[in-house]
Ligand binder design. Structure first.
Ligand code: NAP
Length: 491
């Protein structure tokens, strides 16, 4: 890796940091998804004498690339190869199966590292705040996505796939993922890395009809066109839209006339092509519905209907919001998934903006009460909110690393113990720290399990099963062994 990742101003900063840092720089990254790995990559490419320790709550790295990206989108998992290369750096440690804010506090980490970069994502779903939201049969996107991707937290969730009609609230790419997994023939999923329990349950699914409901219009739908086209052309499924759903306001026409609306224009072409489709009952059906917001999920013991209010759009082009009318309609349904965006989860000891679900920051520097907190940084969804694709995190993490280097260039850092300082604390509190070589052992075992059933891997979906294949005493010496704590080669 080289400094070619950096802009001229960052390269100048690097020279200053190099000049006055006699000590190895110890940086902790919390979270092992794309934003964490891109921050690690930038730090390791800086040419500085730097050690990066990446903390992860689960025994498995890669965050949403492992447990968010849909199993029928294996190509989107390719960044894992890059992340593996980054992880193989002699100046990188994985410290997994360790919760920051649990087994080790933010304060304890601060005392051992020159800087901490939080890359912990947005793990909660936003709520709709409507009656019936917690009825049986009403689920969050996180639950369903985590379940089919074998995330240990969601492994035991159950979804009543005996229901024939499902609704998905929200019109973003996560809603598209959920809809595809519900509707795609299981034969097309069985050679993916979908969790075995999900494949088995989906093979018995009776879901035949999915309504994808957006509170605004077709021009504001958040799908990317590739995902929308894919949804509209699933084998054995017909996608339909009532023509009147595509009536556009003047402000929508103005939006479409802007060069900023290339995706919206392409999406609209796809939507228009679906108005001719006839849902004849012989195939599974997807209905796109616009300008409707949920007001209640209704049912005695479980979801039986979704009550919607019709909306109109109000506001200037690109600033249009949904305003409820007096008109209501009910969609009979047995399953409801809300896919209306994610929210960050607070970590004790780290400032948090509960309203926005992010850590307050400027260009990655964490703020508390309007003042910068020295040594604390954020990147990815916990920094900017839940938007963008995997690659978006690269530039985001570079910005954060630039801020971090700028701060380090202002004062000669004193010696920091790094992992050596926190490992005894972690070991006294946690069961089993999972190192990089431990993860590679889990990874190898998953790939081997998959090969016998024609899948790229068969994931372990329980933490106990992951740890069971590791040596009982752990290999913590991997984490604290001398070579990692000595000055290694740079660049
Ligand atoms: P998203 O793209 O922000 O979509 C959220 C949807 O929920 C929007 O339609 C939004 O409508 C709607 N919504 C928000 N609050 C609502 C409410 N109170 N009531 C009704 N509807 C509401 O979020 P996402 O689908 O969770 O995706 C997150 C990010 O991951 C996105 O950047 C996405 O592109 C990315 N992603 C990419 C892929 C891929 O590349 N294949 C796959 C999955 C996710 P409004 O527009 O009106 O707010």
């Amino acid at each position: 890796m080289t400094g070619s990742h950096f802009s001229g101003s960052t390269l100048a900063l690097l020279e200053v940091v190099k000049l006055h840092s006699g000590e190895r720089l110890q940086i902790a990254i919390v979270g092992s998804g794309p934003s964490g790995f891109y921050a690690a990559e930038a730090l390791l490419a800086s040419g500085l004498d730097i050690q990066v320790d990446m903390f992860e709550r689960l025994p498995t790295p890669y965050g949403l690339v492992r447990s968010g990206v849909a199993p029928d989108h294996q190509k989107l998992k390719q960044p894992i190869r890059v992340f593996e290369e980054i992880a193989r750096s002699p100046r990188f440690n994985l410290v997994a199966n360790v919760t920051v804010g649990g087994q080790i506090s933010v304060e304890e980490l601060q005392s051992a590292y020159h800087a901490i970069v939080f890359a912990c994502g947005a793990q909660n779903d936003r709520r709709m705040n409507v009656p019936g939201e917690d009825l049986k049969g009403s689920h969050t996107a996180t639950e369903f996505v985590g379940w089919y991707n074998g995330h240990p937290d969601y492994r035991d969730r159950t979804f009543d796939l005996d229901q024939e009609v499902a609704v998905i609230i929200g019109q973003g790419n996560v809603a598209a993922d959920i809809c595809r997994i519900l509707m795609r023939p299981v034969d097309e999923l069985k050679s993916s890395d979908i969790a075995e329990h999900a494949l088995e349950a989906l093979s018995r699914s009776k879901v035949r009809e999915v309504h994808i409901v957006g509170r605004r219009g077709p021009v504001q739908a958040k799908f990317t066109t590739k995902e929308l086209r894919e949804l509209a052309s699933l084998t054995g499924t017909v996608s339909t839209i009532e023509p009147e759903q595509l009536a556009l306001s003047e402000a929508c026409d103005a939006e479409l006339a802007s060069p900023k609306s290339a995706v919206a224009k392409r999406n609209l072409d796809v939507f228009r092509s679906l108005t001719e489709n006839i849902a004849d009952g012989s195939r599974r059906r997807i209905h796109f519905r616009f300008l409707a917001s949920p007001v209640a999920l209704l049912g005695e013991e479980r979801v039986e209907r979704l009550r919607l209010v019709r909306n109109r759009l109000s506001g200037a082009p690109f600033d249009q919001t949904a305003v409820a009318t007096e008109q209501h309609e009910d969609i009979p349904c047995g399953l409801a998934f809300r896919s209306i965006g994610y929210k960050g989860v607070p970590i004790p000891g780290l400032p948090f903006d509960a309203e926005r679900g992010v850590v307050p920051n400027t260009a990655g520097r964490v703020h508390a009460d309007g003042a910068v907190v020295p040594g604390l940084f954020v990147t990815g969804w916990i920094k900017r909110g839940p938007s963008g694709i995997i690659g978006t995190n690269k530039a985001d993490s570079l910005e954060t690393v630039h801020a971090l280097l700028e701060d380090l260039s202002k004062a000669a850092p004193a010696r920091a113990p790094g992992l050596e300082g926190v490992l005894p604390i972690i070991e006294s509190r946690s069961g089993r720290v999972v190192s990089l070589s431990d993860w590679f052992a889990i990874d190898g075992a998953e790939v081997e399990r998959g090969s016998s059933v024609g899948k790229p891997r068969e994931k372990f979906t329980r933490i106990g099963d992951m740890l069971a294949i590791l040596p009982p005493q752990g290999r913590q010496e991997d984490l604290s062994s001398a070579p990692l704590l000595e000055t290694g080669t740079q660049g």
